[in-house]
Design a binder for this molecule. Sequence first.
Ligand code: CDP
Ligand code: CDP
Length: 219
Amino acid sequence: MQIAIDGPASAGKSTIAKQLAADLHFIYLDTGAMYRAVTWWALQQDIPLADEKKILTALDDEPIRFIPAPGGQRVELFGHDITMAIRSEAVTNNVSQVSALPGVRTEMVKRQRDIAAGQNIVMDGRDIGTTVLPHADVKIFMVASVAERAKRRFKDNAEKGIHVPLEKLAQEIEARDFKDSHRTESPLKQAPDAIKVDTTSLTIPQVVAKITAIIQKKQ
Ligand code: CDP
Ligand code: CDP
């Protein structure tokens, strides 16, 4: 069984997807982490973010490895764990430029499909239901208001000791939403057969319950 969860930043995708995967004993794949890892590597190497050819060498040489696991996913670069490093503000604010590169997307989508082949999987991202797994059994399009998503990011940052004003976070979220949904290659959009779930005023257990009911109906 394949479950695709798409939607904009901080809608709750990864939190819910991880929980669902644990409950169902499925693999969980966070595809955003893959684009983040490539972006992190390019920033580290001072590669201009529009230089697709150079960025792709990171993947050609295979130094980046994605290791899916039920409770989350580890990302390694040359054997070093970069799972936390890819969550930095610098990566967050530059990832949409890298993820818009067609060659990067082709390579990522290929890897995502390879990981999913023959597995029970919950995958979250932006183009899972439209491009990566167009025949997924359940497709969820998760949304929440910009104000609520900025508040969530603010809280996540505070826990990490980072302070970015709420208004700036809202602007960054809107800018990323815009870039992600206006790129030419597999933009963020709801698949026609996806079910929209608005998490603005729902708690995490309420969202999990809602989607679990949708999955059970399918099963
Ligand atoms: O967790 P957050 O919502 O901040 O984002 P993410 O899921 O980690 O994704 C980071 C970025 O990767 C997104 O803003 C997109 O630019 C890109 N992405 C994508 O293009 N396609 C995907 N399937 C997943 C992420
Ligand atoms: O993966 P995505 O960027 O869509 O969102 P996330 O990283 O799963 O969630 C962003 C933050 O919102 C996390 O701190 C979640 O705990 C929180 N959240 C929430 O407060 N209420 C929800 N219904 C869903 C997520």
